[in-house]
Design a protein around this ligand. Structure first.
Ligand code: IMP
Length: 422
């Protein structure tokens, strides 16, 4: 399958980094299509955990080229620090990273005003990376892009114009101390650094696909954080679902051959917003410790809950999932019973499917089903028959009810810890 999209089927943190790293061994190119350094994709390399924020998760495979598409928002200084950190660890990065000139920049004032907005009413519980404000400028057609870095006068004028608006909108933000010119000057050195990486991502992918090469389009966040299809307004500001993939790299939708959804065997969520399958605090604490459920970007404790079938079915539809990968099955190894949400009720009546509106979802009561646990370790399993029968029953139920075949089950953090369905 030359062009594969890997997408989160939940609220992010499904373990996409590990999956993309594994699939990268067979891919010539991995491209990120949306989001920014709000993502934290953890990958194990030489026994160490590396957290990637903007660099595609293919970087640890030496022959894979890594592209950052037009749909991504880039914090240039953070991106440079991330690439230099990888180089210091011994990862070969030279000549392997390409960046679209149309990718928008996250600028320091985006983070400043986001911090202020998050302190007021309507807080989303963001990662504090300035994501929403960078995409706001993009939609308002006042954003500054990678290409603009190389025209200092126009860049400084554009940044100054944006600052003028923000000073009026957020008088307490201290933006009088910042000028458009200073914003550009702070980026000058990093602009020279990134210039050789700037390339036509769309053209490069098109040429590769025409030559029959394998391309992975790597999603960040997850379907339920998608700006259009997620639990709005508690979402991120980009098209995190599979449809965002061709858009965010400059391909047509017909270029995509396969869409793989990644879901944990349970559910987590960071930030505010509805979460119907959320567990009571004591149970959540147990799962959080077992699964080390703390944000890879912010370190925040993740909210924990059981698998949510209506949400998974919704993700299957929104993304057109062809295949499903279930991660962190091993985290459930010690649980006596496993629950899953199988439907919702609203005002005493069954709710058909997953409500598209966050406010509507807020009023839904979950209907659950209990499965017997397997109470035995799964981390050493490599084939379906190695899994305990109760674990297989649970997985086969997910597959049947979601309507999407499970191809792989991840049973530990290491690259080798996975069960492949044959
Ligand atoms: P933002 O993307 O920083 O604006 O945050 C918007 C919402 O998306 C918040 O609830 C964040 O916690 C959530 N979010 C953003 N990126 C991630 C991620 O990579 N994993 C999980 N949640 C995320």
């Amino acid at each position: 399958m030359p062009c594969t999209v890997v997408v989160g089927a939940q609220w992010g943190d499904e373990g996409k980094g590990k999956i993309v790293d594994a699939l990268s061994a067979r891919s010539e190119i991995v491209a990120r299509y949306q989001g920014g350094p709000n993502a934290g994709h953890s990958v194990i390399w030489n026994g160490d955990t590396i957290v990637l924020h903007l660099v595609p998760s293919g970087i640890l495979h030496e022959r894979t080229r890594c592209l950052v598409g037009n749909g991504v928002v880039i914090d240039l200084l953070g991106f440079r620090a991330e690439v230099e950190h990888l180089a210091a660890l011994g990862v070969s990065v030279n000549g392997r990273i390409g960046v679209s000139p149309a990718a928008h920049l996250i600028l320091p004032y985006h983070r400043t005003v986001e911090a202020l907005a998050e302190r007021g009413p309507g807080s989303i519980g963001t990662t504090g990376r300035g994501i929403g404000f960078a995409y706001r400028d993009k939609a308002a057609r006042t954003g500054l892009r990678i290409a603009d870095l190389f025209d200092p006068e126009a860049f400084a004028a554009g940044a100054e114009r944006n600052l003028e608006h923000l000073r009026r909108e957020y008088p307490g933000a201290g933006l009088e101390r910042l000028s458009g010119r200073a914003v550009h000057e702070e980026l000058l050195d990093a602009a020279r650094w990134i210039e050789p990486m700037v390339c036509d991502v769309s053209l490069e992918l098109d040429v590769a696909l025409r030559a029959g090469r394998h391309v992975l389009l790597e999603g960040a966040q997850g379907t339920l954080l998608d700006l259009d299809h997620g639990t709005y307004p508690y979402v991120t500001s980009s098209a995190a679902s599979a449809a965002g993939a061709p858009l965010g790299v400059g391909l047509g939708p017909t270029a995509v051959d396969r869409v793989i959804g990644v879901s944990k065997a349970y559910t987590t969520r960071v930030g505010h917003g509805p979460f119907p399958s959320e567990m009571p605090a004591s149970e959540a604490a147990r799962l959080r410790e077992a699964g080390e459920e703390y944000g890879a970007t912010t370190g925040r404790p993740r909210r924990c809950g059981w698998l949510d079938l209506p949400a998974l079915r919704y993700a299957a539809r929104i993304n057109g999932l062809d295949q499903l990968i279930i991660t962190k099955l091993d985290v459930l190894d010690e649980f006596e019973t496993i629950e899953a949400v199988v439907g919702y009720e609203r005002d005493g009546r069954p709710e058909p499917g997953f409500p598209a509106s966050g406010a509507h979802l807020e009023r839904c009561r979950p209907v659950s089903r209990t499965f017997p646990g397997w109470k035995s370790p799964t981390t050493a399993a490599r084939q379906w028959r190695d899994l305990p029968p109760n674990a297989r029953d649970y997985l086969e139920w997910i597959e049947r009810e979601s309507g999407v075949p499970i191809v792989t089950v991840s049973v530990g953090a290491g690259r080798e810890a996975e069960v492949t369905r044959t």
